[in-house]
Ligand binder design. Structure first.
Ligand SMILES: [Zn+2]
Length: 285
């Protein structure tokens, strides 16, 4: 959506007095933290610890956005046939779509098996997962991107959720910078819980809404909230809520760059997770 259209949509929701309830647990009273661009608020739910942008998106806002308007540089722009040939040949190494560091973390949890890339865009992650020996497939909300991946990379990327459901139980779910775009994390956590086999792992990467830059700069830290980022996810939210979805207490790491990290239990101190990217690993009971 153009910036003006997004501003108008926020303004309409403000005028209609959209509820400031939590988009995850539904608690009616949430806490104002900070304002951004006059119209936006960063809020926190004292019940489930979710930090979210208000005005909130609806599922239909979100669907319309990703079917038509979403562009974010190389990761979501669609490359030409010639570019695809080069990327395939190099297995995406050195490109902005190179997931080798993330797949190395996955390999430590799930060495083989059936893996869903949740929010897979046009499938560059699925391609790399298949190359690493997994039985991998992707789910992508944008039908155009899913179709592009199937045609250009000859991999399984679906925008029909029922196809994904039929492939359960899964050994792992990989999700890289997707959850922060959702109006609520609930459908994702619910799906991860239902689709994973006992002992299967969810490996989640998000901008760290509790990291050093997020804490010091608040909404001035770019990834915190905005048109694309509905949620500012941080360790307290995952630590508090994943267990209720049938997971063991999650393991965490954070990093500033692409360095590999060790996933460890978290002691509750945000200063132990300073990096700009949060890595969350949760094993299904
Ligand atoms: Zn809540």
């Amino acid at each position: 959506m153009a910036r003006l259209a997004f501003a108008m949509s926020c303004l309409r929701k403000r005028l209609k007095q959209q509820e400031r309830s939590c988009p995850f647990c539904g608690k009616p009273e949430t806490i104002f933290l900070e304002r951004k661009f006059v119209l936006l608020e960063l809020r926190r739910c004292p019940n489930c610890e979710l930090q979210f942008r208000w005005p909130k998106d609806t599922d239909s806002d979100n669907d319309a956005f990703y079917q038509s308007e979403y562009e974010q540089g190389a990761v979501t722009a669609l490359p030409s046939q010639e570019e695809i040939a080069v990327l395939r040949k190099s297995n995406f190494v050195g490109s902005p779509m190179d997931l080798s560091d993330r797949l190395a973390i996955l390999a430590g949890l799930v060495p083989r098996g059936k893996i869903l890339d949740y929010g897979s865009s046009w499938g560059y992650g699925v391609y790399q997962l298949v190359g690493a020996g997994y039985d991998a497939f992707g789910w992508e909300i944008s039908r155009a991107r899913a179709e592009f991946g199937r045609a250009m990379l000859e991999i399984a990327v679906e925008s029909d959720w029922s196809v994904i459901e039929r492939r359960a139980p899964l050994d792992g779910i990989f999700s890289s910078h997707v959850l922060e775009h959702l109006p609520s994390p609930m459908p994702a956590l619910d799906a991860f819980s239902r689709l994973l086999a006992p002992g299967g792992w969810a490996l989640i990467f998000v901008p760290n809404g509790g990291g050093k830059h997020a804490r010091e700069e608040g909404v001035r830290w770019g990834p915190m909230i905005g048109e694309k980022h509905c949620l500012a996810l941080a360790a307290p939210f995952f630590a508090k809520n994943l267990v209720a979805y049938g997971f063991e207490p999650p393991l965490f790491a954070s990093r500033f760059g692409r360095e590999l990290v060790s996933l460890l239990p978290w002691n509750g101190d945000l200063r132990a997770l300073e990096g700009d990217e949060l890595v969350v690993a949760a094993r299904k009971r």
